[in-house]
Design a protein around this ligand. Structure first.
Ligand SMILES: [Zn+2]
Length: 331
């Protein structure tokens, strides 16, 4: 909120341009998107829409004018030079609008981006846990739920509490050990009265391997994002290893190239650990991307923790422009 107000003041006063010229920074700013388009009245997780198609075009144009847009494959050169201002554009999860909406815009602007996909969703399309939880809350005929084993008090989800309830239930999922999550989804299905979503609910949600090959042919980079999108640090070492190596195996098999880049599901500093790093090393990954912060100076670089800033629809033009030109303050 403070950043939103500060960015507005900076932009309106003309101070942003002045600071951009005078404030010294160099490093890499990495932007992260999920879905492009309009959430409208979707029953799925509306928090996943990062920008409308128009806002995305404008953001790419602005970014291109201010910074050099690079791909992960450029990092060795950029890191060796240790100077300059760079941006990377990345997408997580593999939603089909990345191909239908984002790809044409990127091509038109002559910009390349990296798409991190969870191979299990491409191989066997289904609703992911975050979309299924949102779907339960939004299609339930009840106006709230009680689940004493997880929440002290009942959770209301009549309007205007619905979006807040979705966020709260998702937060709980992210906190629990991986082997408790299936039971949690079953419990929510029971107490919301919706049941689990049927097979086929996620049928057209994800890109196909053919679409990913087309993106790769258009110069886009495809990276790994596990098989089933768990919070890796909450899994046993053996399960983590499977999620990373099997993801790499599927990507190599379908795209004919080893997995060199990876992004951590959920991606905060607690979502991956030393075991995850060892698995990545074993898989031959060069760079792994997290999901907090967004800007990294060259002297603080960590190959397995390249921070990314979440682009969300709340981010207005002033805020985005401040972020891109003054990442040391806004990233
Ligand atoms: Zn993800």
């Amino acid at each position: 909120m403070k950043k939103a107000v500060a960015s507005r003041l900076l932009c309106r006063s003309g101070l942003r341009r002045l600071l951009h010229r005078t404030a010294r920074w160099s490093g890499v700013l990495t932007l992260n998107y999920h879905r492009i388009g309009d959430a409208l009245d979707s029953n799925f997780d509306r928090g996943l829409w990062s920008a409308s198609a128009d806002a995305f075009s404008e953001q790419i144009r602005f970014c291109k004018a201010q910074l050099e847009i690079i791909d992960p494959a450029d990092l060795p050169r950029v890191l060796a030079a240790k100077r300059g201002r760079y941006a990377m554009i990345t997408f997580d999860d593999g939603y089909r609008d990345n191909h239908a909406t984002a790809l044409p815009i990127l091509k038109r602007e002559g910009v390349t981006a990296t798409f991190f996909v969870a191979t299990g969703f491409i191989d066997a399309p289904r609703l992911p846990w975050w979309d299924e939880i949102a779907w339960m809350v939004r299609t339930s005929r009840q106006d709230g739920l009680e689940l004493p084993s997880c929440f002290d008090a009942p959770i209301r989800f009549d309007e205007p509490h619905r979006e807040g309830a979705v966020r709260r239930l998702l937060r709980k999922y992210k906190e629990m050990p991986a082997d408790a999550t299936a039971g949690y989804l079953d419990a929510l299905a029971a107490v919301t009265g919706t049941g689990r979503c049927g097979a086929g609910a996620g049928e057209r949600l994800w890109m196909t391997w053919d679409m990913l090959r087309e993106m790769k042919a258009a110069g886009m980079t495809i990276g790994g994002h596990t098989v089933t999108h768990p919070v890796l640090s909450r899994m046993s070492a053996q399960d983590q290893r499977h999620e990373v190596l099997e993801c790499g195996r599927r990507l190599a098999c379908e795209l004919g190239e080893p997995m060199r880049y990876f992004s951590y599901p959920v991606g905060n500093a607690n979502a991956f650990d030393q075991t995850t790093r060892e698995c990545l090393r074993e898989a031959g990954v060069s760079y792994a991307f997290s999901y907090y912060g967004g800007y990294r100076r060259f002297d603080a670089w960590d190959d397995y923790d390249v921070p990314r800033v979440a682009i969300e629809t709340e981010l207005d033009t002033d805020w985005f422009r401040s972020l891109v030109t003054l990442p040391q303050l806004f990233g």
